[in-house]
Design a protein around this ligand. Structure first.
Ligand SMILES: NC(=O)C1=CN([C@@H]2O[C@H](COP(=O)(O)OP(=O)(O)OC[C@H]3O[C@@H](n4cnc5c(N)ncnc54)[C@H](O)[C@@H]3O)[C@@H](O)[C@H]2O)[C@@H](O)CC1
Ligand SMILES: [K+]
Length: 499
């Protein structure tokens, strides 16, 4: 699903109005009706509703929502925040209609702000995507009151005070909703870590804006929906054999961190690789052969760390279909040499994770040896070591984009809504996963998954988008079955489902 800028969304509204065609006021009515459908499916008429609306079209949506909810039997109190002298035309239209049905409260100064009780639902329609400067005056006081109140808060389109596609200032006053119900497409601001308390749980509702315009509009930002992830998944042909699915090599482990290799290897096997070889320090040999009997194990000549040498003759790096390197490897000089040799010899995309990334950060000349379309999977700290500090989440996205483009690689920046940057400079945000995944070893599982997908012939962007989605989905399954708190990386790899 595309993510558009505020300006593009404005054009999308206009295009829909002109080409459907539909009168703006009817589009507002459709948006309000769709919001009400969402609302009534979650909250019964037993909850009193308190609406706070502004004077623009977000406020107009609010007034139309109030009218429809009232007609459906909800008790609703309407509060209009008079932060400016002018209202939008569609606001005025809905204002006239609602005035015939109920009394409206006008908030012009702080002592007009009503008390909010804990069993009420607040609908926030003060500002929407038209916000273009920090909120002050009476609107600021209202937002502060709502944030202090014990009630549940639902924001219409976007939390009032939050910019959809640019950074807010540190002192900005912004609604902290429990839910955001947004029209048609997600806003980029919803996906950034620092905004999470200004978004809550968010839901997209389809208000039938022009599909043609969305299809034609270029954007670097995408949000992976479950349907899109499912479409990427390839079905197996009846006459396939293990050779069809590639032979992967995982370069993993060091003394005390063989478990990382076990997790990556198991995840690789659980993600459909045809054959798997694991190269690990000699101390990991018995562990791997026991814990992952399906994999072949190539013990390194070094007892404790990877040096890349092995007593067991095996196929050279170039002959593996895909290679993953990093889980548990540490940063020994022998291992840095191994990485240098690997990067010099292997020309297909690699998966590079964990200490392999830290070795790249410490040996910058290695960056230019990385094969094009390799997948790097840093968490934010590793990414900072590879690049630079950022000022805010938008700045981070720019750095991410430039980095992926400069080295022609795929960068999977891990976190809530993992951001996957492509060599072309696009960014795909993931939609699956939960905080339960923030536990040791889940990154190793991801490396195993991505290596398996590359081995099966997925291109790097497909592998990253699909692999990250499936990894999060497995975490969501575990979360539902046994909760997020006790989730382990083993649970996640056991929960992987590929159908
Ligand atoms: N255009 C359309 O066809 C549709 C728009 N919709 C709604 O319209 C919203 C956007 O409406 P608007 O563009 O009218 O803008 P808003 O309702 O978000 O804001 C109202 C106006 O307030 C002013 N303003 C901005 N920041 C301010 C601040 N800090 N203090 C005081 N005033 C400020 C601006 O002039 C802005 O236009 C969307 O979020 C959505 O809720 C929906 O009705 C769907 C259809
Ligand atoms: K709002």
């Amino acid at each position: 699903m595309k993510i558009l800028s505020v300006e593009q969304i404005r054009q999308l509204d206009q295009y829909t109005i002109q080409h459907e065609p539909i009168a703006p006021i009817n589009l507002m009515e459709r948006a309000a009706q769709t919001f009400v459908d969402w609302f009534t499916a979650r909250f019964t008429t037993s909850y009193p509703v308190k609406l706070f609306c502004g004077l623009g079209n977000n406020g107009g949506d609010g007034l139309a929502i109030a009218r429809i909810l009232m007609q459906q039997g909800y008790t609703i109190e309407v509060n209009i925040v008079r932060y400016a002298p002018r209202e939008s035309d569609d606001f005025m239209h809905n204002h006239r209609r609602l005035k015939l049905l109920t009394t409206l409260n006008y908030i012009e100064q702080p002592n007009n702000i009503p008390a909010i009780r804990h069993n009420e639902i607040v609908i926030d329609a003060i500002f929407g995507s038209g916000l273009d400067r920090p909120v002050d005056g009476i609107a600021k006081s209202v937002i502060e009151t709502i944030n202090r109140a014990p009630a549940k808060v639902v924001s219409v389109d976007i939390a009032s005070g939050l910019y959809p596609d640019k950074p807010n200032g540190p002192d900005d006053v912004i609604i902290e909703p429990d839910y955001t119900v947004t029209f048609q497409l997600p806003k980029i601001g919803f996906l950034l870590p620092r905004n999470s308390r200004y978004v809550g749980q968010w839901h997209i509702i389809d208000i039938k804006l022009s599909k043609r315009f969305i299809d034609q509009t270029p954007t670097p930002y995408f949000y992976t929906t479950p349907e899109e992830a499912r479409l990427l998944l390839r079905q197996r042909e009846r006459f396939s054999h293990k050779g069809t699915f590639g032979h992967a090599l995982l370069l993993v482990g060091s003394y005390g961190k063989i478990g990382a290799g076990v997790l990556a290897a198991r995840a690789c096997l659980r993600s459909g690789v045809g054959l798997l070889t694991v190269q690990a320090p000699r101390c990991g040999y018995a562990v791997l052969q026991t814990a992952v009997p399906e994999a072949m194990c190539r013990p390194d000549t070094h007892q404790y760390v990877l040096s890349g040498q092995s007593e067991i003759e095996g196929i050279p790096y170039e002959e593996f279909t895909a290679i993953g390197v990093g889980p548990g490897i540490g940063k020994a000089p022998e291992t840095a040499n191994m990485l240098r040799t690997l990067l010099s010899q292997y020309r297909n995309p690699l998966v590079i994770d964990a200490d392999a990334l830290n070795l790249l950060a410490e040996n910058r000349d290695l960056m230019s040896l990385i094969p094009e379309h390799s997948i790097l999977t840093p968490h934010p700290k590793e990414f900072e070591r590879l690049t630079q500090k950022w000022e805010n989440d938008y700045d981070k996205l720019e750095i991410l984009c430039d980095f992926a483009r400069r080295y022609r690689i795929v960068v999977v920046l891990k976190g809530a809504h993992t951001a996957i940057a492509t060599p072309e400079g696009d960014i795909h945000f993931n939609s699956s996963g939960n905080p339960g995944l923030s536990t040791g070893g889940t990154g190793d599982v991801l490396t195993g998954i991505l290596t398996a997908l590359l081995a099966q012939g997925y291109d790097s962007v497909e592998a990253a988008v699909l692999g990250v989605y499936q990894h999060g989905l497995a975490g969501d399954l575990v979360g539902r079955q046994r909760g997020q708190i006790g989730m382990t990386a083993t649970d996640v790899l056991d929960a992987l489902r590929w159908s």
